[in-house]
Ligand binder design. Structure first.
Ligand code: FAD
Length: 685
């Protein structure tokens, strides 16, 4: 059938789960022409993923909606470990903090995926006219490789079809589920099986039935500069590219039950990992609205032998409950309200490629699958597209050379591999039978489990992410390698800049910028530094000039200010003529105090830009000093910066540290940016 309509977009996103919505959200802030389609007629309303790690909350805060998640969610403060004693009775053996203290200004919380999708939808609506097009199914993909090198061209053509209501609502969802709770009472529950990968994927059936539908007015051709497959573990986009998920051949089947528990188990409102002597293990996740989630590994299947999918007909909420009752014995557990349940099958797998010629990308479950225990799936998926979004926007807008897009795969595939390795280790320890004594070699040592849990918590928080060196991360070490072995660090070797980490010993190049309280110079209000780093697409230079009461330090600021102000400075070169000077690269200052030692207007204009209509910008200069109500952030000490020498830091639009150097090292800053930024003359208006 010939398409009825044709459209041209910068970015087409397939799939409106957490990964797709994060990307649409980024692009909504950067004014990029975007469409996002999803084959399902509705968003998720309950169940599915639930854990939000602290890095994810920092990211939400940079988009101004962390407060909604923080308020509605259940906060996870403590983890209790339960193991069998000599008599085989489960006992609490340890308590550890859920989030490592001091690692972030947020702690892990839990809230179901449907609410998180709601926050994204509201944010996208507020900032753009991008609408999630539901019940829209891509049916064909063409890629014109001859157009791939011209980033103003549209090498991608995707045919999409609008589905009828019936087609976009899976059958399992149309039927109400009835089942008996543990005590035999009949209840009605929504289950997640229709979205689960234990149910056969219906994409091909939908395509077949849609193609035999004569209604041509529902067929459209979308030409795109970029296509991003955020379409989950069965990814249709991945299949078009012929890419594979590589990994383990063993799949585990997990039962998940969201209930309001009736129990005498004392730690039901704590996150618990419970190993029973012989009945298996359960992870208890206390949730919002009095709910508790139980995760139980029900069975392992050989993926190859099972032909990919295991029989799920035997799995019911009753089966999951009975397994939990056996593990928790002698404590009692039952419920009369079950909110949601599912069973799903997972292996630990990573995509072999994350992109086709930096024009088609894959993100989220489309390129990594693993167990739910550490609450990583949704977080890592959103962080994939948080990494990609600003890069796409900068290339579309002509600010950046497309070479920066290579860093998506080099940065995120490494994270996915680390995640799978972590999950592999952790799964064995979680699901294994506890060792009876040190001679019991088949059993799992509970000490080892505890240590792995504690270590795993840092990884799981998302804070430990440390991107390798590249054109946008100026550090020594293993250059990030592409899948094809080429080095992404050197777009042009002569412009490669290396940081001077000794000037800010506690700021790690490649990691996200840590946050401490600083005060606004002009009104004395305290801010967490990260609050100043909104995700609005801007690069940032953060100048730490040290004590400005010292004449040499003030002179350095005058010198740097003069360089930045000059019409041929890189600030001017990379900012389009009609845009404010801070719209591509923003300069922030944090001086070492005291606050009274400085009048804002004593600093050169680049540090507090002036506009004819808005006057001076009072939200660019901050101070590391005592506040009236919230103590002293000790930012210089916490960042490892000497208040006499100072330092400068370049931050990417996603808050990761690109470069650390001397306060007035204008030449290095310029060389850093010139490796990938495009001067405004070349910008496509
Ligand atoms: P998804 O959330 O899978 O989103 C993909 C989207 O793409 C969906 O909206 C889908 O309708 C759409 N789509 C798929 N194919 C097409 C197509 N051909 N055309 C158009 N649209 C398409 N993680 C946890 O951390 N804890 C949990 O308890 C947990 N439980 C889960 C239970 C189930 C049943 C499932 C399936 C996953 C669960 N996960 C859990 C994993 C977690 O939900 C995912 O890691 C996370 O949602 C990944 O986000 P995503 O955006 O990459 O993919």
């Amino acid at each position: 059938t010939l398409p009825q309509a044709e459209d041209h977009v910068d970015v087409l996103i397939v799939g409106a789960g957490p990964a797709g919505l994060m990307l649409a959200n980024w692009l909504s802030r950067c004014d990029v022409k975007t469409r996002i389609v999803d084959k399902r007629g509705t968003k998720i309303f309950s169940g599915q993923a639930d854990g939000l790690q602290c890095r994810t909350l920092e990211i939400f805060d940079s988009f101004d909606f962390a407060d909604r998640a923080w308020r509605e969610s259940n906060h996870m403060i403590e983890i209790c470990l339960w193991n069998p004693d000599d008599q085989g009775r489960i006992r609490r053996s340890d308590r550890i903090p859920d989030t490592i203290p001091g690692i972030s200004r947020f702690q892990q919380v839990v809230l179901h995926q449907g609410r998180i999708e709601r926050f994204f939808l509201d944010a996208i609506k507020e900032h753009s006219d991008i609408l999630v097009e539901r019940g829209v199914l891509p049916t064909a993909f063409e890629f014109d490789a001859t157009k791939a090198d011209d980033f103003n061209d549209y090498p991608i053509n995707v045919t999409v079809r609008s589905l009828s209501d019936e087609e976009s609502t899976p059958q399992q969802q149309q039927q109400q589920q009835h089942h008996k709770s543990g005590d035999g009472k009949e209840t009605t529950v929504s289950d997640g099986l229709f979205r689960s990968n234990l149910a056969a994927d219906d994409t091909d059936d939908l395509i077949r039935s849609a193609e035999s539908d004569p209604a041509v007015d529902r067929v459209e051709s979308i030409k795109a500069k970029f296509l991003v497959g955020c379409d989950g573990a069965h990814s249709w986009v991945r299949r078009q590219l012929g890419y594979q998920l590589e990994g383990d051949s063993t799949d585990y089947i997990w039962g998940v039950l969201d209930i309001v528990p009736i129990t005498d188990f004392p730690d039901i409102r704590q996150r618990c990992a419970i190993h029973s002597a012989n009945a298996g293990s359960v992870m208890v996740i206390p949730r919002e609205n009095k709910l508790v989630r139980l995760y139980i590994q029900l069975q392992a299947t050989e993926h190859a032998q099972a032909g990919g999918k295991a029989d799920r007909s035997w799995i019911t909420p009753g089966i999951i409950l009975q397994s939990a009752q056996k593990i928790l014995h002698p404590y009692k557990l039952d419920y009369s309200y079950c909110d949601w349940w599912t069973a799903y099958q997972i292996g630990q797998r990573v995509g072999d490629q994350f992109s086709l010629k930096e024009r088609v990308f894959l993100a989220g479950d489309a390129v990594h699958t693993h167990s739910p225990k550490a609450g990583q799936g949704m977080n890592v998926s959103m962080q994939d597209t948080y990494n990609l979004g600003w890069k796409l926007a900068h290339v579309v807008k002509g600010y950046s050379d497309p070479a920066i897009l290579k860093t998506y795969q080099s940065e995120r595939r490494k994270i996915a591999q680390d995640l799978i390795a972590f999950d592999h280790r952790f799964s064995r320890l979680f699901s294994g039978r506890p060792a009876k004594d040190i001679m019991d070699e088949e059993g799992v040592s509970m000490e080892e489990f505890k240590t792995a849990f504690e270590k795993g918590n840092e990884f799981a928080s998302g804070i430990a992410v440390n991107y390798g060196s590249s054109i946008i991360v100026a550090k020594e070490g293993d250059s990030a390698k592409q899948g094809d072995g080429t080095d992404v660090a050197s777009l042009d070797n002569t412009t490669c800049v290396i940081s001077k980490p000794q000037v800010a010993t506690k700021i790690d190049v490649g990691k996200r910028m840590p946050s401490f309280k600083v005060l606004n110079q002009s009104d004395a209000r305290p801010y967490h530094f990260q609050e100043l780093l909104k995700s609005n697409g801007r690069w940032r230079i953060v100048v730490f000039p040290g004590k400005l009461g010292l004449a040499p330090n003030m002179r350095r600021m005058q010198k740097l200010g003069a360089r930045l102000e000059s019409p041929d400075s890189f600030l001017h070169r990379y900012t389009p003529a009609h845009q404010p000077i801070d719209s591509v690269i923003e300069v922030l200052t944090v001086h070492a105090g005291p606050r009274e030692s400085l009048e804002l207007l004593d600093l050169p204009e680049s540090f507090h830009p002036y506009s004819e209509t808005m006057g001076w910008d009072y939200w660019k200069v901050f101070v590391d000093d005592q506040s009236y109500h919230e103590g002293h952030g000790q930012a210089y000490a916490n960042y490892g910066i000497d208040p006499i020498q100072g330092a400068s830091v370049i931050l990417r639009p996603d808050q990761y540290v690109s470069w650390v150097g001397k306060v007035d090292d204008y030449e290095d800053m310029e060389r850093f940016f010139s490796a990938f930024m495009r001067p405004r003359q070349l910008e496509k208006e």
